[in-house]
Design a protein around this ligand. Structure first.
Ligand SMILES: [Zn+2]
Length: 230
């Protein structure tokens, strides 16, 4: 089934890591994947100056998108300084109106990184803005049927997965090629073995749903139902 998926991340590398295998699968099935990176993530290297690392991050983002056949949109915000404002949401809304995704993926709403939380809020607000009629905007409005939060070890406070996608070998292999170009994912910045972590995580989640590998997500909006009851 060919679907269009938009994935909105706080830094270059976030959605590539967490939503990347699912995006690779979507493209292999004839669908369309669009990665929206809100900031460059250029302050994430202990030795490279941000201006230097920024160029490397842009290369890594383009390499990853090319590896899996995704489109790349980078918003021009600085790592650590993603604002919580309408301008961010409007830029994301424009992508949603333009591409009419079946699925929108973003961070969980709680994170150790403010940029992740703000990217998630911007994506949710962007989905709302894209769904309502605004007379000044020519593009047709679009209501995203499914909004999902990706599992990310940095965004785990209160996260519980409720949606799983099987990740076939060819999607995993494409993801691995693309993500291996990212220095931080290889453990070269602060030493965390991201690629090993997410590869193992896909196997763990696969065990839970009877697949070789699976990627886990949480449906947006379900938290309000958890609070309801007699
Ligand atoms: Zn990040």
């Amino acid at each position: 089934m060919s679907k269009t998926v938009v994935a909105v991340g706080g830094h270059i590398g976030d959605m590539e890591l967490t939503a990347g295998p699912t995006l690779a699968k979507v493209v292999l099935e004839g669908g369309r994947a669009i990665i929206v990176d809100c900031t460059y993530g250029e302050r994430g290297h202990p030795r490279l100056a941000p201006s230097v690392y920024r160029e490397q991050k842009l290369h890594e983002a383009r390499f990853f998108a090319d590896s899996i056949g995704a489109e790349l949109v980078t918003l021009d915000y600085s790592d650590g300084f993603l604002p919580d404002d309408e301008a961010v949401a409007e830029q994301i809304a424009a992508v949603i109106r333009d591409t009419a995704p079946d699925i929108l993926i973003t961070h969980w709403i709680h994170s150790m990184h403010r940029d992740h939380e703000r990217a998630a809020q911007g994506a949710l607000r962007g989905a709302f803005l894209a769904s309502i009629p605004i007379e000044e905007i020519d593009a047709p409005r679009h209501s995203v049927p499914t909004i999902l939060h990706a599992e990310n070890w940095e965004d785990m406070e209160g996260f519980e997965a409720d949606t799983f996608f099987a990740i076939p070998d060819d999607a995993y292999e494409r993801w691995l090629v693309g993500i291996s170009e990212h220095a931080f994912a290889r453990g070269e910045t602060y030493g965390f073995r991201f690629i090993d972590y997410y590869s193992a995580l896909m196997q763990v989640k696969g065990c839970l749903v009877g697949e070789k590998r699976a990627a886990a997500f949480r449906s947006a909006g379900t938290e309000k139902f958890a609070l309801a009851g007699p």
